[in-house]
Design a protein around this ligand. Sequence first.
Ligand code: GTP
Ligand code: MG
Length: 492
Amino acid sequence: MASSLTTFTDEARIALDTLSGRATGLFSPSLRLGVTGLSRAGKTVFISALVHNLIHGGRLPLFEAQKSGRIARAFLEQQPDDAVPRFQYEDHIAALVNDRAWPDSTRAISELRLTIEYESASGWSRMFSSGRLSVDIVDYPGEWLLDLPLLGKSFADFSHEAFEMAVLPVREDLSQGWRALSSGIDPNADADEMTARRLAESFAAYLKACKLDERALSTLPPGRFLMPGDLEGSPALTFAPLAGIGDRRPRAGSLHAMMDRRYEAYKTHVVKPFFREHITRLDRQIVLIDAMQALNAGPGAMADLERAVTEILSCFRPGRGSFLTDLFSRRIDRILVAATKADHLHHESHDRLQSIVRRLADRAVARANFTGADVDVVAMAAVRATREGTVKQGRETLPVIIGTPIAGEKINGETFDGKAETAIFPGDLPEKIDAVFDLSGADHKQDAADPAIRFVRFRPPKLERTAEGITLSLPHIRLDRALQFLIGDHLA
Ligand SMILES: Nc1nc2c(ncn2[C@@H]2O[C@H](COP(=O)(O)OP(=O)(O)OP(=O)(O)O)[C@@H](O)[C@H]2O)c(=O)[nH]1
Ligand SMILES: [Mg+2]
């Protein structure tokens, strides 16, 4: 009896604190939103467009709180983590809006706090005061996230898998140099710094070649070999998988022992702190993928992308028995897998793109050791760089997209100057999405001369100004749908 009374009063006090906190404006719940994706996926553009549209009252009909006029204002505040670089919102917006140029590549973690003041939709909460929600947006490279599975793998596992992936048809040629170098090296020989360095450099060169390959291969760990940040040249980054080491313990003083120790140091000093300080504190997550590039590269690249998404999902909501489970303090309850840059397609293909991403995410969820969170998908463009139109060609009317290609972009032998607008027939995505995933084709490669989608990079759009000289918000495709899924329920 006594204990249930305590519980009751405790709960009542918490409820009262919450209400009085709200009334005095001290209580500002926060939501941590992770934004990730492999490099060039569109993270910086997404965050900039999201914040800009909220601050400037952009057109967001699918974002309920905005549509029903309940958002009083949205503004930037100081972020809670002093040791994390701030997301340079103002610079990115200046590039997008003033220079009509895409923001520079960012390549590390950054954070921004956006606070939203809103009217609650329910009359009961409205009685006390309007609500406040602080959204802490964390931008971090997907490459770093793909390191998390390493926490559950020994150096022997890591080496074994690295060699297995390296001889797959899509990577065989790219890994040749590194494999040739490795085959001449005896893991049991005495440790030698120069050998370690040559191996590490050759392995890193292979990983970089995969990244640059036009078949759009997704990334292999260790992620910091591609994005070292401030760790470049440190011993924790000077290791490489070794061939034929089996599971036996390395001889003390051998190259094998040295590589094993450095691999463990990488896990302890790089991977674990990142995971603990950043990933385990997230509430919501968006994973941006460049599906268009993978589609153009063919089913082999799609399978590769699917593998990356599978690994990413298993990091966020590890299922039972996963070594990652214990490290989480909060649980991510919603994950959005978003294909960006849909403005490269005519709207007739947007739903097809979304179905393709849906299929990819479903397969990834089924394969990942994953529980609980809601996973949704969207085909969107954080910044819409194109308009739509039609062009008559003989008797046919073709749907086209119109935009300003970036200076130096080429199509059909024509090179653009970065000033002239042009209309492009982008092509359609296939109606039957099975074909996109079908690996039974001859060599898994799309015919390079006949890509699925004709792809030209456009400059960001020219923003209209009102008669009063106010710049209108950045146009987008379905950014509001993404927002509704990611934060809408917290503004109810
Ligand atoms: N047309 C169009 N292009 C986009 C969009 N989002 C991104 N892009 C293109 O993709 C490029 C990469 O976008 P970023 O937002 O810088 O990508 P990121 O994921 O932050 O890349 P890193 O910082 O290098 O990891 C841009 O320079 C644009 O060319 C979009 O919504 N529409
Ligand atoms: Mg970026």
